[in-house]
Design a protein around this ligand. Structure first.
Ligand SMILES: *Cc1c(COP(=O)(O)O)cnc(C)c1O
Length: 321
């Protein structure tokens, strides 16, 4: 496995690999929304992707690189959310054993979904145990390969295929809004724009409480925010992954931040106007497009709706005022 920076060509190769494996997710529009913003908005619906988020794209690509020994020993991932489910399903499809390390307070639906894809789940106590230490120990004991959620070239290239599909389907996009946590999706999307030869301007959107990408670009090095508190649980990572940072730094996209309240408004808007069920982070890019101060008038605007994994009881609270 190469740990060098992924390139635009790697995104094109990932798209070939993923043909017939991932859903080519729909791009939805609404005349009401277009009228409201005075532009053309294109929603790339990765909440309708397999496992409920774009994370399956990169996970599948990462496991496709495993050699015979790695396939035999298996994959280990630590995640309380979408990466866990994505690795679990991708591992089943590649016929590779999977062990997922999750906090014992992870949502029951997520534990069950991960087990349902055939992975073994090991839980740890979030407050007292360190998941890195546990994961390293288990991986060493069992000879398993760890696949991290962001700091991995094939994860970045695979995630870029969502934006690539959108750019190929909607020519001449002016803007693309991408939710940003560990930065793999943003980095992959930047590579996809280069691969498509598009002049599209990319905006990364972070939760206000976790705006470390914005701070990192300003500082010129990776800035960490220890325990960001936000409802955007899929973008709660404390820092950009080093590989993602390198790509983001070179491409220098604009970075915006959205508050929890803005995300909730965007989530409700997507429910009401588009009939889309999204998790809070799934509404993050749209929140940035709505409230980030970018003039959308007369523009063709792409928005990555990144995921839809949310407990129904939590979702019910989100959509009731
Ligand atoms: C992981 C995730 C993100 C953020 O992606 P990064 O590559 O970590 O920046 C956004 N939305 C959803 C639904 C996710 O699962």
């Amino acid at each position: 496995m190469s740990l060098s920076l992924p390139t635009p060509a790697d995104v094109l190769a990932a798209a070939q690999l993923l043909k017939g494996v991932v859903h080519h997710t729909p791009v939805l529009r609404s005349t009401t929304i277009d009228r409201l913003f005075g532009g053309e908005l294109y929603f790339k619906c990765e909440n309708l992707q397999r496992t409920g988020s774009f994370k399956f794209r990169g996970a599948y690509c990462a496991l496709a690189q495993f050699d015979a020994r790695q396939r035999d020993k298996g994959v280990l991932a630590y995640s309380s959310g979408n990466h866990a489910q994505a690795i679990a399903l991708a591992a089943r499809q590649h016929d590779i054993p999977a062990l997922i390390v999750m906090p014992d307070d992870a949502a029951l639906t997520k534990l069950e979904a991960t087990r349902g894809y055939g992975a073994q789940v090991v839980t740890y106590q979030r407050g007292t145990e360190d998941r890195n230490t546990i994961s390293q120990r288990l991986a060493a004991e069992r000879g398993m390969s760890i696949v991290p959620p962001s700091d991995h070239p094939q994860i970045i290239a695979g995630h870029g295929t969502a934006a690539l599909e959108l750019l190929q389907e909607v020519p001449k996009l002016d803007y693309l809004f991408v939710p940003t946590g560990g930065g793999a999706l943003l980095a992959g999307s930047l590579l996809a724009v280069q691969a498509a030869g598009s002049g599209c301007e990319v905006f990364g959107v972070e939760p206000e409480a976790a705006d470390h990408a914005r701070q990192s670009l300003k500082a010129g090095h990776i800035v960490t925010i220890a325990h960001p508190r936000t409802i955007a649980d899929a973008a709660q990572s404390p820092a950009l992954a080093p590989l993602a940072f390198e790509i983001i730094r070179k491409a220098a996209p604009q970075l915006l931040a959205a508050s929890d309240a803005q995300m909730l408004q965007a989530l409700r808007f997507l429910a009401q106007r588009m009939k889309l069920v999204v998790e809070p982070t799934g509404a993050l890019a749209f929140a940035g497009a709505r409230d980030g101060g970018v003039a959308l008038h007369g523009k063709r605007v792409g928005i990555i709706v990144s995921g839809g994994n949310v407990d129904l009881s939590r979702y019910a609270r989100f959509i009731s005022d």
